[in-house]
Design a protein around this ligand. Sequence first.
Ligand code: SAM
Ligand code: SF4
Length: 492
Amino acid sequence: MDQLIKDIDIISGEEAQAVDYKTTPEENTGKTKKIYIESYGCQMNFSDSEIVASIMKENGYDTTADFQQADVVFLNTCSIREKAEQTVRNRLNHFNAVKKNKPEMTIGVLGCMAERLKDKLLEEEKIVDVVVGPDAYRDLPNLVNAAEDGRKGVNTFLSREETYADIAPVRLNSNGVTAFISIMRGCDNMCSFCVVPFTRGRERSRDPHSIVAEARDLFERGYREVTLLGQNVDSYKWSPEENNKARLNKKEEEVSEVVNFANLLEMVAQVNPLLRVRFSTSHPKDITDEVLYTMKKYDNICKYIHLPVQSGNSRVLELMNRTYDREWYLDRVKAIREILGEECGISSDMIAGFCTETEEEHKDTLTLMDIVKYDFSYMFYYSERPGTLAAKKYTDDIPLDVKKRRLNEIIEKQTQLSLERNKLDIGQEQIILIEGTSKKSEFELKGRNSANKVVIVPSEGLKIGDYVKVKIKDCTAATLFGEVLEINPALA
Ligand code: SAM
Ligand code: SF4
C-alpha cells in the first residue's frame, strides 16, 4: 500500500506536504564534527547521499539523525515535480530558524534543485551557505570550508565523465540486506516533461569492474540483494576508453571493448548465486531481448521489470518525446511475457493530464493498463517544470481538477489490477528474502518475492537476511501473506 498512499498524497497536491524523504542515522565513531543529510526524491538521490556521507566521513564528519546537533545540514533535493521543491523550501526555512541561535551551522542544498535555484537561494533569499550540483560532490569539503570562512560555496558544474566509481558509499538507512548500486549518471533522453537531463546532465556509465567489486563487497558484508540504478539502465554502455554514452556512440569502432547492460547484469549475477540482482529503471525503447534472456538465464536475477509507459496513447507519447508508441510498448510487454512468463512482475509510471490530453486519450492509458496488467504503478498528474521542452512548446491546459480526476481513475484501475495480479499468487510456493519487520505487527516479518511483491510471514524462527520458501495464503492489493515452508532452502 506504500506506493498507493504515496501517490494519493500527490493527488492532494498543494494541501499535502508529505513527500517521501530519508534522514541520516546517528553514527558516532569519534569524529569531531556532525553532518545531517535529508534526502528527497528518487532512489538515485538517496544513493547520492550515501556518496556524500562517504566523502564527508573521509573529511572528519560523523552523521547525526538530529539536525539541531549538526555542524553541517544538507538537503539533497529533487526537482521532478513542483511539490518536491515547495517541501525543500519549507525545510530550509525551518533550518534557518534554528541557525538564528546557532550561526556557525552551515546549510547546504545539494542535487537537482542546485543549478536552477542557486542564485535565488544564495544571493536573493540568503537561506543557504552552500549549493552543490550532483556532479560536484567531491568538492563539498572545500565548499563547506569556504562557507565556514564566510564565503559562499557554489559548484553546479555538470560533468561529462564523473561517476564516483571509486567512492565506497556509506550505507544510510540500511537493513543490512538490500542495497542500491548506482551504475550510471545523467540521461540523454529528452522526455518533454522531465527536468532530469537539465539537472543531472549527460549520460555516463560507471566502470563495470567497480560495480562488481561493490556488489562483491556488499555480499561479503552479509547483503543478499543489490539493485542496479540508473535513469535508463538498458542504455548502459561502457568502454575502458570512454564512459560518456554520446561520445562512445561516435567512436565505437575505435574502443577496445564495449560492455552493455546485458553484459553487466551477467557480471553482477555471477558474483554469487545467493546475491539477488534487481535493476531500475528500464526504458521501453531500449530494453532488449538480450537483457530478457540474461534475466531468464540466472535464477538470482529477479523477475521484475519497472517499465514506465507514462501514457497509453501514441499521440501523447509523441508529445512527451518518449520515442515509442503504444504498439511498440505492447510489443515489449509481449516479449517479456514470452521470454519470462506471466509471473514476471511489471510496474509502470503514469502521468495523467499531460498537455492537450483528451478524454479519449486518457482512456487509452486505462485500456493499456488493462492489457498489461501491471503489478503496481507510480502515478502522478502532470506538473509543468520550468526549462523543459513541454514548458517551452506546449500549454499546460488541462485544469487541475480534471488532472486529479483522471489520476484518480488511473489509481482506481491500478488498485483493481494489483489485487487481480496478487490473487494469482495465492497457492503458489515462492522464495522470499526477509528484509525487515512488518509495520503492523512485531510477530511478523516482511520479505520480497522475485517479482518485487511484499510478502508478510510469521516471524518465528526467522531472521532478516534469510531466504524462505513460502506458500502464499492470502493477499490485499498491496501485500501477499505467506506461510513458511522452509528456511534457507538450497537456491544454487
Ligand atoms: N528515467 C525514468 C523513466 O524514464 O521512466 C523516470 C525518471 S523520473 C525521476 C520518475 C517519474 O516521474 C517519471 O517516470 C514520470 O512518471 C514522473 N515525472 C517526471 N516529470 C514529471 C512531471 N513534470 N510531472 C509529473 N510527473 C513527472
Ligand atoms: Fe526523464 Fe525521460 Fe530521462 Fe526518464 S528517460 S530521466 S523521464 S528524460
